[in-house]
Design a protein. Structure first.
Length: 119
């Protein structure tokens, strides 16, 4: 049997899917404070409901996965196993928070403009 066929079959299996996710998380430098990335994969696959809105994420009727792993892209820490919509909304909150912090830094760090006082 051709090596590429064997590799494709392995990646399609549950064990291969888990390894693919772990490799991706390792590449993205995701940090799981409660254990190893293998523990995170177990949590990811054993979560049936969104940890935020409690929506059923176990049933996958389309090619797009309903189950998402949310993590902070700045600190790299894992946060939730959640549905796709909650993950997108958390990303929007993160981006608006970063934009707000950037604006605050600009407001407090801009140079003072002194006007000459009449003598």
């Amino acid at each position: 049997m051709d090596k590429s066929v064997i590799k494709k079959k392995y990646r399609a299996s549950r064990k291969g899917h888990i390894q693919t996710l772990i490799d991706k998380w390792r590449k993205d430098e995701v940090i799981y404070a409660e254990g190893t990335l293998r523990d995170l994969a177990d949590r990811y696959f054993n979560t049936d409901n969104c940890e935020i809105c409690d929506r059923d994420i176990a049933a996958n009727t389309s090619k797009i996965s309903l189950r998402n792993m949310d993590h902070n892209h700045t600190t790299r820490y894992f946060r939730y196993v959640c549905c796709r919509s909650c993950n997108i909304n958390l990303g929007k909150v993160d981006r608006s928070f970063r934009a707000s912090m950037k604006e605050l830094k600009f407001q407090f760090n801009r140079p003072k403009v002194f006007t000459s006082s009449p003598e």
